[in-house]
Design a protein. Structure first.
Length: 366
């Protein structure tokens, strides 16, 4: 297997949907009007693409490179057998214990980079750890030297200080952390890297009243033109193109995708070099799925909900082949921090290969 640094530069604003999105129920009417109880008029956008979105894009690029990318209705039985070998039979699912991606082995958590041409000079940006109190550079909240008795047992807690520890007045920094380049690591807090715009529209082509068909959609763009998304990919050599245009997001926004061979995935190593400390804690580099969330140590977490699109090549038509998962999953978001011990005791390799459940140990001793 070969390792690639894959940079995805948006060429237009994008919308990465979440759990809440458009739902126009044209079949459910009352007194000649649509029943709007299950209708959402506003589509918000997340700033970062989901791992499943990136995996879908990469698999499509592999099919494009192999010359077998077509409309679903055009695939022959022979085409489908080729596709299974190239990218696997099914899309990623949180419920699957084994995820087959064909010639694609694994994908790292998504992060942000700048457009430096020399890879050694490229700066990396990740979610800001939620224990960072610094407004300019990283500054971890201080912990009490001794554990205290709580309803969950003896736990080490932050000192009760607004500037150096944690109180009810403490505002968490939900931003990004510039961890620098391979040659110049650093830990610089960036409050926001995105700008948004609200678009309005109307579902004119559907049997929906003008009033009920009105909607708003949030689009996102980077605050600076030299930013891009990136991942590390492990796959068979030659299956990805060096450079190609691809689509991602709700309205199939256009991205320039560049795939560059590298020696290794050093993302976790870069974070450990940039964010140092004497106290030991664990950083969620990616979103994580944990069945048992009853943590018995101090942690600072944020959560989100997700459903993924499920694809099955055995489907007879597009409606059977591609559908939204019925189950909603609660994920702990990247940037969350955990003290005491790694929150993931039994790693699910299916999730890790897809870029989820990536935990980095910071500080302390091995």
């Amino acid at each position: 297997m070969s390792t690639y640094f894959v940079r995805m530069t948006p060429l237009e604003p994008f919308t990465f949907g979440g759990e809440k999105g458009f739902r126009f129920d044209s079949k459910n009417t009352e007194n000649g009007r649509n029943n709007t109880a299950n209708t959402s008029y506003y589509q918000s956008s997340r700033e970062m693409p989901e791992q499943t979105t990136i995996i879908g894009m990469l698999r499509y690029l592999i099919l494009q490179q192999a010359g077998v990318a077509k409309q679903f209705s055009e695939y022959t039985r022979e085409d489908r057998e080729k596709i299974k070998k190239l990218i696997g039979n099914k899309s990623f699912s949180f419920q699957e214990t084994e995820f087959q991606m064909g010639k694609l082995q694994s994908v790292s958590p998504v992060f942000i980079v700048d457009q430096e041409k020399e890879l050694e000079k490229v700066s990396y940006f990740v979610r800001n750890p939620l224990n960072n109190l610094g407004k300019v550079s990283y500054c971890s909240m201080k912990m009490q030297p001794e554990k205290v008795h709580t309803s969950m047992g003896m736990i080490q807690l932050p000192i009760a200080d607004e500037k150096e520890g944690y109180t009810t007045k403490t505002n968490l920094n939900y931003g990004y952390l510039n961890i620098g380049s391979a040659k110049q690591p650093k830990a610089e807090f960036i409050g926001d890297m995105f700008a948004s715009e609200l678009l309005t529209g109307n579902r004119k082509n559907e049997k929906i009243n003008d009033e009920d068909g009105f909607f708003k959609r949030q689009t996102i763009r980077f605050s600076r033109k030299n930013y891009a998304f990136a991942v590390y990919v492990e796959c068979e050599e030659g299956v990805l193109p060096e450079k190609m245009i691809a689509n991602m997001g709700l309205k199939k926004s256009i991205f320039l995708v560049e795939c560059m061979p590298v020696e290794k995935n050093d993302l976790e190593e870069r974070i450990q070099k940039a964010v140092k400390g004497t106290e030991s804690w664990y950083y969620a580099l990616s979103d994580i799925l944990i069945e048992d969330e009853s943590f018995d140590t101090f942690s600072i977490i944020s959560k989100k909900q997700i459903r993924n699109m499920e694809t099955n090549l055995e489907g007879k038509h597009f409606g059977e082949a591609v559908k939204r998962s019925k189950k909603q999953y609660n994920l702990i978001e990247s940037g969350s921090v955990f003290y005491g011990k790694n929150p993931i005791q039994n790693q699910n390799e299916n999730l890790k290969r897809a870029g989820y459940n990536c935990i980095v140990k910071i500080g302390g001793t091995e």
